[in-house]
Design a protein around this ligand. Sequence first.
Ligand code: DAK
Length: 258
Amino acid sequence: MSVYEMILVEQQGRVGLVRLNRPRALNALSYALMNEVLHALEAFDRDDQIGAMVLTGNEKVFAAGADIKEMMDLTPVDMLKQDLIAPFDRLGKLRKPLIAAVAGWCLGGGNELALTCDMIVAAESARFGQPEINLGVIPGAGGTQRLTRAVGKALAMEMVLNNRTLNAQEALQFGLVNRVVPDERYLDEALALAAEIAARAPLAVRLGKEMVNRAFETSLSDGLRAERRAFHFLFASQDQREGMQAFSEKRAPNWKGE
Ligand code: DAK
């Protein structure tokens, strides 16, 4: 496994776990940190032994946003040259499910990072917001787009224009997160959810994720066409035969990922 300075990486069964580990800066997402996250998650995504991934921070903070001190003197040319958005784009293209386990602050680029994940498990202490307006800017990595698709226009406007912060229950109510659990359980809950998904038919999980994401990018008719092709394709897999055979024989399926 690679040596990282700002993240901790481990494997638990078929689940890959990445922890943001820059606590003194509240896990501020520096360029180097984002590249480590991307490197670790892409490695898990390529690994056949891994079926799903979890991204987390610590019990006080998921991430307090992009690193303001690193960003404050950048010019537009610096930003273009560093291609700061690339890690977010590439994380959005991971093929295996990625679950964010969030406790404490989840702000700015931190919230955008959570939004690139497929699901969010929140601790009661989680607080979600896009405070960029306080810095004289707007979200730059999906906070006006993915957030609006998740919570709708009314709330996104309040969050982006007026720094409205959501507590965990509000985030659940407005569809930003999948579930809220007591603080002591948020990581275990996310790991258990990831393990359940990782035990399912890998090709179907992969195409299911791809198709749900497609719904945000295409017309209904194109999306339905893509879904049908993916559905037909799965009938070429051994796992489709196995799944349906196992059902008719009243036994558990033995997935091969083929
Ligand atoms: N960046 C750098 N350092 C940060 C930081 C951040 N975002 N957040 C906190 N820190 C540092 C603090 O400076 C402090 O460091 P020292 O002074 O001890 O050296 C340390 O972490 C502890 O912070 P506090 O003392 O402030 O802790 P508190 O508990 O009092 O307050 C807080 C916690 C989360 C409420 C507060 O730290 C805070 O408001 N932080 C800033 C939150 C914020 O404004 N986030 C949005 C940042 S802008 C893009 C991609 C992404 C983005 C933009 C473009 N492209 C790819 C184009 C994203 C932009 C953003 O996220």
